[in-house]
Design a binder for this molecule. Structure first.
Ligand code: MG
Length: 309
């Protein structure tokens, strides 16, 4: 969804009473794509499969109520920016306070006044689209269209902290294009830019959507923040990435590693370890492994894992 096609927005309506869903559906169906869930758990399952742009939520539902659902979403970095509007028949000011405290973005009273619901939803979707657009400018690298250094710096600490707290595997991979300075000197910076774009795309394509993200770390250095990936899968992915870059067949006459542009990488995974207190220590170690890969002749990956220490 962008600012210019709000009508493609996905609206998730969560209510244990189908009649209430039906009313909200009728207020919005002409304008948006509507999805429904009959419980908090169903709503969460939906979010994992396809991210809604906004959630309209009942408060009182059996099992997981609306407040719990909202809190769960707002505490998860993946979903925290999805606006949540409660649709509810309030009985007192403390109910409103409970909604705000759960992280609500707004609420609409039952019985639903259709124009009010439509305009509130539109206002929040517009805000969300504006904020998404701004983030795109702030967090994407203009050349390669992968995440930039700022995005990495602002997200990596929190990701590391939450992975360690939940005993999930976390990794850092530093990539460097071999002899890129010579490449630029030999072919010129415009060809160099095109090479960076192609390499970034080839690597990014091989990162599964739930396995972290790729960012441009520096000039010809990329960094992959690896989430929830086993050692064997990571190694296999890194091999595929090196192969994919070499398969681009970007001529590199100034390289001693071969005919084509190649990659060196330093990869480190951490599971359930207290060895690294700060993310900077991990980056330092991945960088050291990258240096080792270069010292051993480039066009290779140096890998280390730290488990249960
Ligand atoms: Mg209810």
């Amino acid at each position: 969804m962008t600012l210019y096609d709000l009508n493609k927005a996905k609206v998730l309506i969560v209510d244990d009473q189908p009649i209430n869903i039906y009313t909200a559906f009728h207020a919005l169906k002409e304008h948006y794509e509507i999805f429904m869930a009959l419980s908090g758990r169903e709503a969460l399952a939906f979010c994992e499969k396809q991210r809604p742009d906004i959630i309209l939520c009942d408060v009182h539902m059996p099992d997981m109520n609306g407040l719990q659902l909202c809190q769960t979403l707002k505490n998860n970095a993946l979903y925290a920016d999805i606006p949540v509007i409660f649709i509810t028949a309030f009985t007192g000011p403390e109910d409103e306070i409970a909604c705000w405290e759960a992280g609500a973005n707004d609420f609409v009273r039952k019985p639903i006044n259709k124009p009010t619901l439509f305009n509130r939803v539109k206002a929040h979707l517009t805000l969300k689209a504006q904020s998404d657009l701004l983030k795109q400018y702030v967090y994407l690298d203009g050349l390669t269209e992968i995440y930039n250094r700022r995005y990495f710096d602002e997200t990596v600490n929190e990701l590391y902290r939450s992975c360690m707290a939940q005993r999930r595997a976390f990794g850092i991979v530093m990539f460097d294009i071999d002899y890129f300075k010579y490449f630029n000197d030999h072919y010129g910076h415009l060809v160099g830019d095109d090479c960076l774009k192609q390499v970034a795309k080839a690597i990014a394509r091989l990162i599964p959507s739930q396995s972290g993200y790729l960012a441009r770390y520096g000039g010809e250095e990329f960094i992959w923040v690896v989430l929830d990936m086993s050692e064997s899968e990571l190694k296999a992915r890194l091999e595929s990435m090196a192969q994919a870059v070499s398969d681009l067949h970007i001529e590199h006459e100034a390289s001693t590693c071969g005919k084509w542009v190649t990659l060196s990488a330093g990869a480190l995974t951490v599971l359930d370890s207290v060895q690294f207190h700060k993310i900077e220590d991990l980056i330092y170690e991945a960088d050291r492994l990258l240096y080792e890969a270069k010292a051993k002749g480039r066009n290779q990956v140096q890998y280390a894992s730290v488990i249960n220490q």
